[in-house]
Design a protein around this ligand. Sequence first.
Ligand SMILES: NC(=O)c1ccc[n+]([C@@H]2O[C@H](COP(=O)([O-])OP(=O)(O)OC[C@H]3O[C@@H](n4cnc5c(N)ncnc54)[C@H](OP(=O)(O)O)[C@@H]3O)[C@@H](O)[C@H]2O)c1
Length: 221
Amino acid sequence: MKIGVLGAGMMTEALVPGWVRAGHEVLIGGRTPGKTEDLAQRVGAKAGTLREAAEFGDAVLLAVLLAGLEETLRAAGGPEGALAGKTVIDCGNAVDVSDFSQVTFAGGTSMAEEAARLAPGAHVVKAFNQAHADVWRMRPPAFDGRPFAVPIAGHETGKTVARELITDLGAEPLDAGDLTQARHLEAMAIVVIRLLFSGHDPLSVFAFTGPGRTGEAATSR
Ligand SMILES: NC(=O)c1ccc[n+]([C@@H]2O[C@H](COP(=O)([O-])OP(=O)(O)OC[C@H]3O[C@@H](n4cnc5c(N)ncnc54)[C@H](OP(=O)(O)O)[C@@H]3O)[C@@H](O)[C@H]2O)c1
């Protein structure tokens, strides 16, 4: 698969090597060219602009800070709607770390829903926001020998693509529902982020221990 990445930070550095190893072609788009090129070289990817990454990817990882969400999606999608019809996997978290409150948008929506609003027609999925970058660097991400289960919420077509990319990292997808459920995934992550800020191990996680892929449809119970 061709994967475009929007953002050249810690999450990109943690997630991309696993996808490169699985045989995917990755182009990282960043707003700071030198930093983006250095990172791409370290992880075995190509580098380009945000727009080039959006155009390149069949799937696009959105890995930017909340403050950069709108600017990034405008630069990536542009008036031609380069992200329309593509899977966009948002790993971001919307938290005000001054008091660990959740940042929401008009109507109480999540960062992922805001991404869907800013990238009309994109198949947006929330994933990978639940754990620190150090968890995503693990090959595979596993706890006590059990593969890490990764909750996903979003567009049905997008979730099919996200499942493949999660499985390629050696983790297990866990279907948490449609994109409105991203509100809860973003809220849950704040519990972990607060622990990390108070000095807990970066590998602190909600350890989902479902029965495996056959039991993925937790929402139907
Ligand atoms: N780090 C973690 O452990 C972790 C875990 C789960 C989820 N997340 C979430 O994943 C997302 C990416 O995290 P990260 O740790 O990779 O972040 P990061 O290293 O701080 O930066 C990611 C990217 O965001 C861009 N950016 C920052 N502020 C911006 C702004 N105001 N306008 C435009 N672009 C801006 C940066 O651009 P430059 O390249 O120009 O600096 C960088 O490319 C965040 O939403 C974060 O909450 C992080």
